[in-house]
Design a protein around this ligand. Sequence first.
Ligand code: SAM
Length: 292
Amino acid sequence: MHKDIATPIRTKEILEKHGFSFKKSLGQNFLIDPNILRNITDHAGLSKETAAIEIGPGIGALTEHLARTSGKVVAFEIDQRLIPILEDTLSPYDNVTIVNQDVLEADVASIIETELAGYEDIMVVANLPYYVTTPIILKLLMERLPIRGICVMLQKEVGDRISARPGTKAYGSLSIAIQYYTEAEMVMTVPKSVFMPQPNVDSAVIRLTKRSVPPVQVQDEDFLFTVSRASFAQRRKTILNNLTSQLPQGKEKKDLILEALSKAGVDPTRRGETLSIEEFGVLSDALLPDFK
Ligand code: SAM
């Protein structure tokens, strides 16, 4: 077994050898604690039959753990300066492909087809760049990629919102969008001291396991998300007031909103944060004919 990349000494050595300087704008906070990396890969549930997709390998700290514990790794790295470094640090591993692309622009589905053919179990595992956490997770889910799930490090505050249950302060349209596709669990909180440089925010690891069927059947998924976003527009307002001010022609069609709320069995004086995904599903179907 080779020496871990993710120790403070080895990381410093690699950075110095290649004259690398961190770009804050790319969310470059590298992990320097092998125990945390082992925990992440354990929570992801990997085996040699699993393929791992990584977003943002950095200098390869997590990538090498993925290479050891899974069958194949494909890693998307936006920063071209890191490509020669990764070639060097990951040279002991022959099951890693680095793709020098912005993951938000990449055609992930076709890369899975070409690079991971034959793998039935595919997991996204990453220490995400924090400036684009939510767009990355939403892209991976909305593109309906053939993945089992996503196990990633992110800002704890975003992890709280993603995994929040109804009736809590953190619960909102992000919880609904992600829990519609997945079962979300916060599996670990992580101190700032395991990063170089240390980020300003607390971190956590979240595991999203894709659902085989959604928690509620709706006629139009996009409209479900429109209704949930509208319902949380101003958290202190009632659901009736939010829908009235946010839906197209809501003010003129208040009666129709009241009718839909009644049909869905939702008291108009409730706040959005008290509704379950199932209730939002029924409500969005009731509003659909008049507001889509
Ligand atoms: N995996 C490494 C680790 O844990 O030490 C680095 C993680 S660091 C938090 C995030 C990485 O994502 C950086 O290497 C950064 O260059 C890369 N990155 C930032 N934006 C990206 C994007 N849009 N697509 C792909 N990689 C990105």
